[in-house]
Design a protein around this ligand. Structure first.
Ligand SMILES: [Zn+2]
Length: 102
């Protein structure tokens, strides 16, 4: 799992199993990598994934380098980290919880 291209779009970022729930991350590159790493993603994979998101051009990046990406994340992986919001189903009525950079 080294890039967005070779992974199922609905595969949990941390354990690669199919996930219907999502968690957003909002912040700069280091913040995204730090949160993904804390969730259990190997640091190299987190770095590659975040850089792929940046290079994709799909995300609006502020002058401060902050951007938001919604990542697939299963509830099992989320519960390994206390203090993070629970991932949620992604539909039009229910906004996905976002972990924002302080
Ligand atoms: Zn998982």
């Amino acid at each position: 799992m080294s890039s967005m291209d070779d992974v199922d779009a609905n595969a949990c970022v941390s354990c690669d199993t199919t996930s219907e729930t999502y968690l957003g991350i909002q912040g700069d590159e280091d913040w995204h990598i730090r949160v993904l790493g804390t969730l259990g993603l190997p640091w190299d994979d987190a770095y590659d994934w975040v850089n792929e998101e940046i290079d994709s051009g799909r995300h609006e990046i502020t002058s401060g380098g902050r951007f938001t990406v919604v990542y697939p994340l299963c509830p099992e992986c989320a519960t390994r980290v206390s203090g993070y919001p629970a991932p949620a189903l992604w539909d039009d009525d229910e906004p996905v919880p976002i972990i924002g950079q302080p």
